[in-house]
Design a protein around this ligand. Structure first.
Ligand code: NAD
Ligand code: LMR
Length: 326
């Protein structure tokens, strides 16, 4: 057995936390030879529920689970953490946009960014899931003095996986045959699901679907999938969010397959005309534990206009939380 990986999960007694904790404890992130210690953070009123989660985790007798911490103290939860999943935040209800959560949730992420900088490993990787994820990641990164902003990502992998699934269904193919789907921009209804480079079984996706389906059905379906799940379930996505969070972290650590990329919301670096100051979802490849934005893909006028709209929304979100940015 290798040295245990310390994984912090915030909001661990919530819906996503409940799905994520068991998969991590079962060794589904890095495999059966990499034990984990779960360091779970909750607000004080939820510590009773979190104790119940710990009881169930112990009852599973997972061979890969080397320890559990359940706490309301961020310093304890992030202590020596290798990986942090920042999930703890309010979810939206029907009729809300994710950015409506900014005033309630934004203030969570500054103190957590500070605690991560103070207590986690210096090479910690942080994935923000709590909404609005891109701007919460910006807040956390700006508070984490001494760490590189590139260590703070937000999750658009669920949107990426949704796009693959929609394309597979439309083309009668399997998700494993699909490559090079991209989600650009914000994890919000302005996100830009892009099939212009995608392939299905090696064939260009756009040669297999018509433009009307792409623009009129595919894009809005992916953009609105979160709201559709809330309508159907009465609660926001949980198991699919946990699964996608693990996909994001696994690729970041272990790399992306040759000939493919994944969508990751990372600090904008000027690529595709998006200047610094927002966390923007790009096509990314990962190698040696680091990520790179895929550069110089051609964008037609339709995509350029959509990218500008999602960037504008992110700049507006940023302006609304300027006082929280260190
Ligand atoms: P939930 O309400 O079931 O659970 C959230 C948990 O966070 C609760 O147990 C709550 O006590 C805890 N919490 C609140 N404030 C906290 C704090 N300061 N520190 C630690 N814990 C805290 O919600 P959920 O369904 O698990 O969703 C969590 C968040 O993830 C929501 O904001 C939701 O919108 C978001 N989400 C994002 C994606 C994505 O793709 N990026 C997907 C699904 C959900
Ligand atoms: C999702 O995409 O499922 C999450 O962001 C939850 C939501 O509010 O839609």
């Amino acid at each position: 057995m290798e040295k245990p990986l310390r994984i912090a999960i915030t909001g661990a007694a919530g819906n996503i936390g409940y799905a994520l904790a068991f998969r991590l404890a079962a060794g589904n992130l890095l495999g059966p030879d990499r034990p984990v210690i779960l360091q779970m953070l909750e607000i004080a009123p939820a510590l009773g529920a979190l104790e119940g989660v710990c009881m169930e985790l112990r009852d599973c007798a997972f061979p890969t689970l080397d320890g559990l911490v359940a706490t309301a103290d961020a310093n304890e939860a992030f202590d020596q953490a290798d990986i942090c999943f920042l999930v703890g935040a309010r979810p939206r209800g029907p009729g809300m946009e994710r950015k409506d959560l900014l005033s309630a949730n934004g203030q969570i992420f500054g103190p957590q960014g500070q605690a991560i900088a103070a207590r986690a490993k210096k090479d910690v990787r942080v994935l923000v899931v709590g909404n609005p994820a891109n701007t919460n990641a910006l807040i956390a990164a700006s508070a984490a003095k001494g760490l590189d902003r590139r260590q703070f990502h937000a999750m658009t992998r669920l949107d990426h996986n949704r796009a693959i699934s929609q394309l597979a269904e439309k083309t009668g193919s399997h998700p494993r045959e699909i490559r090079k789907v991209t989600i650009w921009g914000n994890h919000s209804s302005t996100q830009v699901p892009d099939l212009s480079q995608a392939t299905v079984g090696g064939k260009p996706a756009m040669s297999l679907v018509d433009a009307e389906w792409y623009k009129g059905t595919f894009i809005p379906t992916v953009q609105q999938r979160g709201a559709a799940i809330i309508k159907a379930r009465g609660q926001s996505s949980a198991a699919s969010a946990a699964s996608s969070a693990m996909d994001h972290m696994r690729n970041w650590i272990q790399g992306t397959p040759e000939g493919d990329w994944v969508s990751m919301a990372v600090p904008a670096d000027g690529s595709y005309g998006v200047s610094e100051g927002v966390v923007f979802s790009y096509p990314c490849t990962c190698k040696g534990g680091d990520y790179q934005v895929v550069k110089d893909l051609p964008l037609d006028d339709f995509l350029k206009e959509k990218l500008a709209a999602t960037e504008k929304e992110l700049r507006e979100e940023r302006a609304a939380v300027e006082s929280l940015l260190g």
